[in-house]
Each structure stands twice: as structure tokens, then as C-alpha cells.
Design a protein around this ligand. Structure first.
Ligand code: ISE
Length: 335
């Protein structure tokens, strides 16, 4: 049986997921879309042979829809996910699950009341081959205990709507989840340092770059550079310093170029290119999960833990002090 998927929000990420579900994921097709931009969405629905719903809640409630993908504007995620849970529908939500941890708590409460996992959050890095292999290596224990992590999250450029809080909520949130998964530990403190000197390529509403410092329960220290106008490409690095060695992520490359006394490999242009296989894998897993009635990907609890941490980062950034991270007790549904 082919699952019928409804996608809410057809911006760049929404269209990317539509293309992936229709062309690379097995067992599902996008049969409905909804977006606030009626004209553009109507034309796009026609192009891909889907039904356009002006009202996203009607799409969620429709009997002919088996699963919902939420790729709308970040502040709208919580409402759509809650609506999907209300209708007992499986929902894949792009990160962040909700901007505020309290919004994630609402989702966790709604889901635990049903005693069934319906939500998967779009933390795709867990399915990236580089992160997966690093984790496998770390888990063998051959390198000893992880002590320090040095990470960078660099985008080539961002638009004028991208502001200072987004560096944490929209960008660093990926490391917040991936590192928690990699180390199998929660964070206990967060601090954001805004260097006085900024890049000339930023704009008045965006402090760029920013430095985030996190510490885990066992005491592992992490520094994460978020630099979203780095100008040279999409550059994700993660180096784990252990007692007996170091392990680091490399940009996936399949060729190098030698010319004019230079020997170089490409840096990816954006996250859609860098993490294409990880995105394909996470959505295949979600579709398979719906078919087997068992969702195993990143949970609403993972979304909550990420937002608790990004909220602590924002508090630190706005007040200039280090913030202790406190979180609720994990419900048994997510054990
Ligand atoms: C974007 O929303 C993403 O999810 C990308 O993975 C991230 O690298 C980028 O900074 C975000 O703006």
C-alpha cells in the first residue's frame, strides 16, 4: 500500500521533502499540500498532481491522508503537530519541534496521553554516514572516553530574515541533538559568547559569528562555532578529542581537483546537498515506521530536550551569564 502524505509548508525544505517522497522514498506519495501562499501552492499542487488545501487543519483531518510532514514556518510547528496528534495522525516535523520548551512539553503531554508515538522530529544528522560511523567508533571504546568536542556549523550566507536567535534555534539545534545522540548524554550548562568583532557580511539584526559552549552531565566540554555568512560554503565539522585519540567528521567528497599548483576538494553548497542521503534515510524510516505502526526516529522528547537546551543558550546570550540546564523527568513512553 502506498501511503498518502500531506505536506504543510512548501518553501525550500518542503519542496525538497516532496521531491524526496515522490522520487526517492519507497512506499509513499505526496497527495496533498497546504501553504499560506495560495497562488504559488495551487500551481505547485497542480504540477505534482496533489490536492491543495487552503486550510492546513482540514488537510490534517482528511481521511485520505495517512501522514503529515510539517515544513512550515518554525513558530507554526507546535500547532500543526498538536492537531495531528489530536487526529491520531503520524507527523514528521522539521526542527525545531517548537521554539519554546513549553511548546514541546505540550506536544509530549498530548502524545503521552495517547500512549503512542506519533511524532518524529527532523534531526537528520543521526542518519548521516559520517556521524553514524563516528558513533560506532566511539562506542567501541577504543579511543577511550570523549573529553572535548570542537564543532563548527557554517553556512555560506543567510538572508535578511535570519536573525541572532535563529543561530541557536534554527542552526545550532542540529548539533544540540546530534551531539546528545553521539555522546548519549544530556547537557547541564550552556553559554553563548558574542565576539565583539563581526563579519562585514552580516546585517544589523544578526550577530555573526557566535560561539556556543555546552557541558554534558559527565563533564564533556563542547565548543561550537556558528558562522552563517562564512562565504565559502556549507561546512560542518565535529572533532571529538578522546583519551587515546581523536575522531573527526569530514565533508563527503568523491573527487578532488588538481589545477594551477592547487589540489583541492569541494565544500558542499548547502545542507540539502551535504545531508541528502541522511534526509532520504530519515524519511524512508518514517514511512516504514508508519507502515509497521512503530515510529523509532527522533522523538518529541528529543525535540523537547533540544528546545530546553536552545532556550538556555538564548538566555545566556541575552544576559551574558552561563545557564544551568534543567529538564523534566522523561516519560516512560520515551524510555
Ligand atoms: C537550516 O534551517 C537547516 O536546517 C540547516 O541544516 C542549517 O545548517 C541551517 O543553518 C538552518 O538555517
Amino acid at each position: 500500500m502506498e501511503l498518502r502524505i500531506g505536506v504543510i509548508g512548501i518553501g525550500a525544505m518542503g519542496r525538497d521533502h516532496v521531491d524526496r517522497i515522490n522520487n526517492r522514498v519507497n512506499g509513499a506519495k505526496v497527495s496533498a499540500i497546504s501553504d499560506i501562499n495560495v497562488e504559488v501552492a495551487t500551481a505547485y499542487a497542480k504540477e505534482i498532481g496533489a490536492t491543495f488545501y487552503e486550510d492546513a487543519e482540514a488537510l490534517i483531518a482528511a481521511d485520505e491522508i495517512d501522514g503529515i510532514v510539517v515544513t512550515s514556518w518554525d513558530p507554526t510547528h507546535e500547532g500543526y503537530v498538536l492537531e495531528a496528534i489530536k487526529h491520531d495522525k503520524y507527523v514528521f516535523c522539521e526542527k525545531p519541534l517548537a521554539l519554546e520548551a513549553s511548546g514541546c512539553t505540550n506536544i509530549v503531554n498530548a502524545e503521552t496521553a495517547k500512549q503512542k508515538r506519533l511524532v518524529q522530529v527532523g534531526f537528520m544528522r543521526r542518519y548521516d554516514r559520517g556521524y553514524e560511523e563516528m558513533k560506532r567508533e566511539l562506542d567501541t571504546g577504543v579511543l577511550g572516553e570523549p573529553l572535548l568536542l570542537h564543532c563548527t556549523h557554517r553556512n555560506e550566507t543567510v538572508d535578511s530574515k535570519y536573525d541572532t536567535p535563529m543561530a541557536v534555534e534554527n542552526t545550532a539545534v542540529h548539533e544540540v541533538d546530534a551531539l546528545r545522540w553521539l555522546l548519549q548524554e544530556d547537557f547541564v550548562s550552556a553559554q553563548v559568547i558574542l565576539p565583539k568583532k563581526q563579519t562585514q557580511y552580516t546585517h544589523p539584526k544578526l550577530h555573526d559569528p557566535q560561539l556556543i559552549l555546552l557541558q554534558t552531565e559527565s563533564g564533556v566540554c563542547i565548543d561550537l562555532e556558528v558562522f552563517v555568512n562564512c562565504q565559502f560554503g556549507y561546512d560542518i565539522n565535529c572533532k571529538v578529542v578522546c583519551e587515546k585519540g581523536e575522531i573527526g567528521l569530514t565533508n563527503p567528497t568523491y573527487f578532488n581537483v588538481k589545477t594551477e599548483q592547487k589540489d583541492y576538494t569541494r565544500v558542499p553548497s548547502d545542507w540539502k546537498e551535504r545531508f541528502i542521503s541522511a534526509y532520504d534515510k530519515e524519511l524512508q524510516l518514517w514511512v516504514d515506521g508508519i507502515k509497521h505502526d512503530e515510529i523509532t526516529g527522533p522523538s518529541a522528547w528529543d525535540g523537547y530536550m533540544a528546545s530546553v537546551t536552545t532556550n538556555a543558550c538564548s538566555e545566556s546570550r541575552d544576559n551574558g551569564y552561563k545557564v544551568e540546564i534543567k529538564f523534566d523527568e522523561k516519560p516512560s513512553l520515551y524510555q
